[in-house]
Design a protein around this ligand. Structure first.
Ligand code: SF4
Ligand code: SF4
Length: 286
């Protein structure tokens, strides 16, 4: 049986995007009315860009909710979003669809790869507040409304504090900067709840052995990968008709502090290249 790390590495070595790029090219240039018609004609296995795929039709069908955007393109229907380049010009429709699909596929794929690489490692870097020498005063773990209920027993500051959590000067609680606490607490901002981890504090769900006690039900933010897609960046504005607007970046970011990012740097860089993204390694926590 392959280990979790071996499964993750095999996913990094064989991303879905080269197969999807081939599908896009065949579909857009071929006589197919819909993607399903093309899938029905695919062989039992395919080799492309140095990657081998068994049962490609089944792999692609599992991603149809994302891939279907290419049908809108071929049929000249409006797309689901507006994508601009870094000069503010609207991207051609083919490129916009390619980036949209790449972002959606990589989000899904990298969440699974992250879980495989992080899950059995016993690393707690994401679950403890900054060390004394850190330039950070606290770590912020944003929580959804339903997730807050999982953190009973913590102090709740329910004042809907204005502004950004990283704004200077920091908002005061009990007449001192909010992060000057010895223990974690829940803080409600206008934008939603945060679990605040002050310096040297630990998430209350972290066990002494370094594992998360609620791993299967951990908050959504704790599932986010340390390797994450940056094919698109949210622009914060809307296009015509209220369409969400994004800037095309075509990058793959990886957080250097994470031990598996350092260990598998070469494989992560290769994954980015296979996906048509520039790999960028950056420090997050210090
Ligand atoms: S909920 Fe679990 S994974 Fe998330 S910070 Fe706490 S211990 Fe870590
Ligand atoms: S730093 Fe990496 S390995 Fe450590 S807990 Fe975070 S995601 Fe997992």
């Amino acid at each position: 049986m392959p280990t979790a790390a071996e499964k993750a590495l095999s996913r990094l070595e064989r991303p879905l995007l080269p197969l999807i790029s081939l599908l896009e090219m065949l579909y857009l240039t071929g006589p197919f009315a819909g993607i399903e018609e093309l899938l029905a004609e695919l062989p039992a296995d395919i080799e492309t860009n140095g990657c081998h795929y068994d049962e490609p039709a089944a792999l692609l069908r599992a991603e149809m909710d994302i891939i279907r955007e290419v049908e809108l393109l071929k049929n000249n229907h409006p797309l689901s979003c507006l994508i601009i380049d870094d000069r503010g010009q609207e991207c051609p429709r083919v490129e916009a669809v390619e980036l949209w699909i790449a972002q959606g596929i990589m989000i899904r794929e990298l969440e699974e790869i992250n879980s495989l690489l992080c899950g059995g490692r016993g690393c707690d870097l994401c679950c403890i507040g900054p060390a004394n020498h850190s330039r950070h005063n606290f770590f912020d773990i944003p929580l959804g409304d339903g997730e807050v209920e999982g953190f009973t027993g913590l102090r709740r500051v329910d004042e809907a504090i204005e502004g950004d959590i990283y704004a200077e000067p920091a908002p005061l609680i009990d007449e001192r900067p909010f992060y000057q606490s010895d223990v974690p607490f829940l803080l409600r901002w206008r934008r939603g709840w945060s679990l605040v981890l002050p310096r040297r504090s630990s998430c209350p769900k972290l066990a002494d052995n370094g594992f998360c006690t609620v791993y299967e039900q951990r908050p959504a933010v704790c599932r986010k990968p340390q390797i994450f897609p940056y094919a698109l960046e949210e622009d914060g504005r809307s296009g015509d008709g209220g369409l969400p607007r994004y800037v095309g970046r075509r990058k793959l970011l990886a957080v250097w502090d994470c031990p598996y990012v350092r260990e598998y740097q070469a494989q992560i860089a290769r994954y980015g290249e296979l996906c048509g993204m520039e790999p960028v390694f950056k420090e997050n926590k210090a």
